[in-house]
Write a protein that binds this ligand. Structure first.
Ligand SMILES: Cc1cc2nc3c(=O)[nH]c(=O)nc-3n(C[C@H](O)[C@H](O)[C@H](O)COP(=O)(O)OP(=O)(O)OC[C@H]3O[C@@H](n4cnc5c(N)ncnc54)[C@H](O)[C@@H]3O)c2cc1C
Length: 484
């Protein structure tokens, strides 16, 4: 590895005379080891993207320091230890669902010695409504026949709906899943002749679950990519994978053991220096600068933009970062006073926003985590609904509990047990809106020694875990090639 300079090695920022903080310096001379200089890479952000990059760089023998503003690894997919309601068990910041097509995430877990078969519950694609009005199940057949059979036997759709769904998917596949990039998912499905009923029961819920963006706004290109990867590859790619442990324990906890982690450290700015990049950090102790041979910025677009705001001639990049819009996700964890189980680990809820019935999915958290069956625990998920912002927390909670009770009653004569505790998490900026025409930067920044990682980079995926991991893996590869 050489220590060739960044694109503008002389661009050391001026420090005002009155400013007592140290100036950014070149990376400190690393210890010689058999004549090879240990290369140091700074990674900003310990989300799935940053930690995926960190893990691969550690494997390549790089000295990695991860700067994380919070105190827990995992970013938007993490364990939450210090929740306010002591009567609900430690939990995650939000229920996450993965797909069999998340191949790079599964491979990363294995590289870190984490067994996905134990840590994730794998279920063949099954979408079943709690109130019994819809059911779709993919049998274990070779792709694409498992998808064809799932659509052909879907309950709740009429013969015409099912036939049009099969023909629509066949047409998409025939076109190699290529779609008009000006189309929304609603446009695409209309052009494929999908009926209002299949839109309501199948395509809109799938679009929300996969892209966290309503079908009327969501990018047809990104949706077609998700359909292709899950339905047109190996049969298992369409499987649903649901964590059986907290999210940080899936692999982030294992990854951080291998890096120099600096928690509670917020990176303010990056400075190009001779031989690399200086990271300007702020902690309770004050401002500091640390030099690295290269830096991977794995923070969300808004934080990335702030970090780069003083860089020269990158207005187009700052505009791209500014163009991202965000959508909320809410997660309501409910603990019952006595045992109760859902028929399946994950079931669909029927939405009715006019009645504040905003829930789209309910998960049997107790069964998934293998909790003792003394108390049932369910998790209700609401994706991309603006009412999450406009309604009070109390209104959201009451609406969701009423919805759950009503749709449970449609299935079972026995009412749900009394509720012992609940806790609502609302993340107002859970994901970026996967809208059409969004220009997403790649992992290679305009500067030789700065790389980007994050679900928002041009992975082709929506704002999901697999996109974050893929970007991290790619950023690590790019860093290694630029350091050679
Ligand atoms: C409630 C919820 C539910 C979701 N459900 C799903 C799902 O079911 N399936 C799915 O695939 N995806 C889901 N997602 C999306 C998924 O969580 C994200 O796509 C993924 O976690 C993004 O990872 P990332 O590393 O790109 O970014 P992040 O996780 O946002 O990581 C960025 C990190 O940078 C840190 N940081 C920010 N600024 C600074 C700074 N200045 N200095 C230092 N550190 C900084 C942050 O604290 C954070 O840890 C969900 C997201 C949420 C919030």
């Amino acid at each position: 590895m050489s220590d060739a300079g960044a694109s503008d090695p002389n661009a050391v920022p001026a420090t005002p005379e009155s400013e007592p903080e140290p100036e950014p310096e070149a990376p400190p001379p690393a210890e010689e080891d058999n004549g090879h200089r240990a290369v140091s890479v700074g990674i900003i952000g310990a989300g799935w993207a940053g930690l995926a990059a960190a893990s691969d760089l550690c494997d390549a023998g790089i000295e990695v320091t991860v700067y994380e503003a919070s105190h827990t690894p995992g970013g938007r997919a993490r364990r939450v230890d210090n929740h306010s309601n002591a009567s609900v068990r430690p939990m995650d910041n939000g229920q996450h669902l993965m797909l069999g097509a998340y191949t790079q995430t599964l491979a990363l877990m294995r590289r870190l010695g984490q067994n996905p078969d134990k840590l994730l519950r794998r279920i063949p694609l099954t979408l079943q409504a709690l109130d019994g009005r819809f059911r779709l199940h993919a049998p274990r057949m070779n792709a694409p026949w498992h998808g064809v059979m799932a659509l052909a036997t879907a309950q709740g759709l009429g013969v015409g709906d099912r036939l049009k769904a099969i023909i629509g998917m066949a047409r998409l596949r025939q076109r190699s899943w290529a779609v008009d990039n000006t189309h929304t998912v609603a446009d695409l499905m209309r052009s494929l002749g999908q009926t209002p009923r299949s839109m309501q029961l199948l395509w809109e819920p799938l679009c929300l679950a996969a892209l966290n963006t309503p079908a009327t706004q969501a990018s047809a290109v990104i949706f077609a990519r998700v359909l292709r990867d899950s339905l047109d590859g190996a049969t298992e790619n369409s499987d649903l994978l649901i964590p059986r442990t907290d999210l940080s324990a899936l692999w982030a906890d294992a990854a951080v053991k291998r890096c120099n982690m600096r928690y509670g450290v917020k990176v303010q700015k990056l400075h190009l220096i001779e031989g690399g990049v200086a990271v300007e950090t702020v902690t309770a102790e004050g401002v500091d600068y640390v030099g690295h041979d290269a830096v991977i910025v794995a923070t969300p677009p808004s934080a990335t933009r702030r970090m780069l705001a003083d860089m020269q001639d990158v207005d187009y990049l700052l505009e791209q970062l500014n163009a991202f819009q965000y959508l909320p996700i809410a997660t309501l964890n409910v603990r019952f006073a006595s045992p109760v189980r859902l028929p399946l680990p994950m079931m669909m809820l029927h939405e009715n926003p006019a009645r504040q019935h905003l829930g789209q999915w309910v998960f049997d958290r107790g069964a998934l985590l293998g909790l003792p069956p003394v108390n049932g625990e369910f998790t209700i998920v609401v994706s991309a609904r603006e009412q999450l912002i406009s309604l009070s927390r109390e209104e959201v909670i009451n609406g969701l509990l009423a919805q759950l009770g009503e749709q449970w009653a449609a299935r079972s004569a026995k009412p749900l047990p009394a509720i012992a505790a609940y806790e609502l998490f609302v993340d107002k900026r859970a994901t970026f809106a996967a809208v059409r025409g969004l220009a997403r930067p790649g992992v290679a920044s305009p500067w030789e020694r700065i790389m980007f990682a994050g679900d928002w980079t041009d992975t082709g995926y929506p704002s999901v875990l697999e996109g974050a991991v893929r970007s991290g893996v790619k950023a690590a590869q790019k860093t290694l090639s630029r350091l050679q």
